[in-house]
Design a protein around this ligand. Sequence first.
Ligand SMILES: [Zn+2]
Length: 434
Amino acid sequence: MKKDFITMKQTLLTLLMLCSAVGVSAQYRPRPDAFPPVEEDYSTKAVTMATTVEEMADWDRYPTYETYLAMMSRWAETYPTLCHVDTIGTSVQNRLILSMYIEVQTDDDLYRPEFFYSSTIHGDEVTGYVMMLRLIDTLLSSYGSSPELTALVNSTRISINPLANPDGTYYRGNNTVQRARRANANGVDLNRNYPNPFAPAKAALAQENRAMMDYFEAHNFRLSANLHGGAEVMNYPWDSYTSAQNPHPEAAWWREVGRRFVDTVQSYSPTHFTDVQEADNGVVAGGDWYVITGGRQDYVNATYNCLEMTMEISVDKTLSSNRLPEYWHFLAPSFINYIKEIHNLPASVGIDPTQAPGYAAAGTLHIYPNPATDRVVVDGLVPGEKLWMYDMQGRLTGCYPSGAESTEIDIKKCPQGVYLLRTEGRQVKLVVER
Ligand SMILES: [Zn+2]
């Protein structure tokens, strides 16, 4: 789950007493931060591992780390004109953080928006890991035979990172996901470690997150999702605020997208996505469930102009492996439909974190001249911070690492129009005249 658990021993009896004491309805599980949660009961789990690619054929096992690497290589070799493997980076223990980049090779320069799925930033929340592997396989193996999926791949660049925290997942070694753990090898909760876009202060970044941020900066993802387990709910931004404090500018759109996802799931399985009391039938603004800071979702939305939500897809963090096909059956249509949403994004652009309640200004960005034609000077940078430039369609047009308090950008190739220059937490509009 997005929320950090303090894993304390807690008997079921005590939990039930607390539930009745605070009047929690029996159909809902308690808020994870309401009182100490119980540890996941591994005595009820049947986790079978696949030690070869062939043993993944029925999708009812978890891959060993080596099997995972072999699957990714096998797809890249089998579908060389459809995909390649991106290495996002490495973990603390030097395991690979990979993404399957699915893109048709064509001669035209048609604009194809970039979509991103990422799972298992919490190492013990492994249902999404296998779901994303199976999604990769489905998209690649259906190309040319399924008109729906062929059209989707023809119109969209899709990057899928099945495992964002390999050291947490393989905490007990490369051959099991049993008793995996949430944090990375250094004990860092990676979904609390992103810079807070609503405050200038920066945390020391985990290696895995630095690599992921570089990956975002190198791409122009417009829509993404971060997959978790421990609950079943579509959690849309912000996590840092309640919707009353600071609603996301696209909150209405998020609710529609979440509704479509959950309604489709429930058309296959009506009981799923019903466990979070604060949600509207499986859809919730993150902060209305519980407020956190340092999560990936808020950082990505505020910094990269990318709409990202947190998908909590299974109450069991480590689902018994024989139940993985059942979950795929009711989740797969929604996973595919969510990718399609990228072709119908809301029109607005630019979220200004400095306008959020409680933001403490880090100083102002100054640009001159403005309007400009050939070059623009940006003053007021923090040495080392990066500067991004977007057009008014939200497309990244440039990324400029800055080693100083001032930098100069060549804009001769930019068409006339309005642009956004943005750092982590600050932005300013630039008018380019021709
Ligand atoms: Zn999680």
